[in-house]
Design a protein around this ligand. Sequence first.
Ligand code: ACM
Ligand code: ZN
Length: 548
Amino acid sequence: MKHLLTPLLLCFLAVCAHASALDDIVPRPAKAEASKGSLRISGTSIKCDPAFDAATVEAVGRFAARLGYASGKTSPVSTPPGLRDALAGGKVKGIVFLRDGSLAPEAYSILVSKRNAVVRASGLNGVIYALETLRQLLPPSIYGSRQALKDRWTLPCCLIEDSPRFAWRGMHLDSSRHFWSIDEVKRYLDVMAMYKLNRFHWHLTDDQGWRIEIRAFPLLSQIACWREGTMIGRDFSSNDHIRYGGFYTREEIREVVDYAAARGITVVPEVDLPGHMLAALSAYPQLGCTGGPYAAWTKWGVSDQVLCAGKESTFEFLEAVLAEVAELFPGEYIHIGGDECPKDEWKKCPDCQARIRELGLKGDERFSAEQYLQNYVTRRIQEYLATLGKKVIGWDEILEGDLAPGATVMSWRGAAGGKEAAARGFDAVMTPNSHCYFDYCQAEGCEGEPLGIGGFVSLEKVYSLDPLEGISPENAHHILGVQANLWTEYISTPEHLEYMLLPRLLALSEVQWCAPERRDAARFLRVLREHEYPVLEEAGYNYRHTTD
Ligand code: ACM
Ligand code: ZN
């Protein structure tokens, strides 16, 4: 009896151990079933269907290189013809990647047996997510840069079938208030890719600095990218008098776009207009209502000085800028900001008032004539971008007035903008500041936290977001997805940036990826402690180590 029980018990424990490894994947897969046994993969061969494109084979190659180094045994990648037939004949060992056109673009499956692991996906994104899932099943040393020869390089036998809940799984970065080098941006993209995010919203312009080279307006990267110092701490009357600036060249922008694309991430550039434009006005004062002089702001907050909506030269400027932006960023969307545009200057400006009269704009009980004027700016820019084959996305203020069909709304002042957008037939991305503002503190009252803008968004709060709450089922298809925003007024070092991002990004990833019934806060917190903190440690990221 004893002899019979022991193998049975061991077998049961082995399946349990695998079940637990499968439950430690973040974001949690839609379906993950353990079976008995495991597959050794150090030194195993990796074969890719020749039907995959070069970018997909390269992604597999990066995984193989890392696995080879960490495990100390190289894993050669090949694209052999006849792979399918060989697999059907039961002859193939190792890890096999097969193109399966019947799967949705971001879906994948992994079937691990004692003989081989077979991954199926229709293209790059599905394969990338399968690779990330495989990494999550391996020892955390797969994320580091050291050799870990003694680690157990095996995969548990299992079947995983997975696809995301939302198509837009975004993370934003403010490069205006503080400037992040290309290498820092790449590290940001790396951790986004680890958790299967697919949109990088890059905030490139604001009152405190313009960060993208535009050939038609060279002073943007000679004057507008500089500010004469920065306020110290929370003292709005102070200035450290240290000249601060930086911008990305066209080549650097292309490098980031390509780096992101190779990791399944589309970059959504933001040129915030018509407000948040003081830095641009410092270089081209004729575009303002008063003509200046202007200087990029040295303090945080929102400047009253905005682009003049009455002057044609403003539209010539915006069109030239956006034409170059459209050329550099191949994604379908350009973010045009639209938030927090004070109207005081427009009320006083003869050109803006003449435009209001010419267009016959009138205030009503809901909106002022100047709000309708902003609506006119949005509409003109939207029409122009459509001629370049681009769609417009903007902060929820663009809903004020008569938003033209086809625009997408980013709901940041809570979820109200997203609800209204969906009800009015617009697509929306949910990024409510109540749950998705990662510049807010991670502890109540900011107790013990680094200097910050205030607010409080705990890890648990991020995890608790229901993006479809209050949205009627017939309008749910308008909610494209979820994104978190990281404004950087009070964040000036990469260590602080990562601390604000992590581990909240991991909670966000489950909100974005998992169906509601697959989300479980208690499980998530356990996995964070037992598996993800070691992963972040190995990958060298700074993160807030929650003890609660
Ligand atoms: C915003 O936070 N002003 C979009
Ligand atoms: Zn004006």
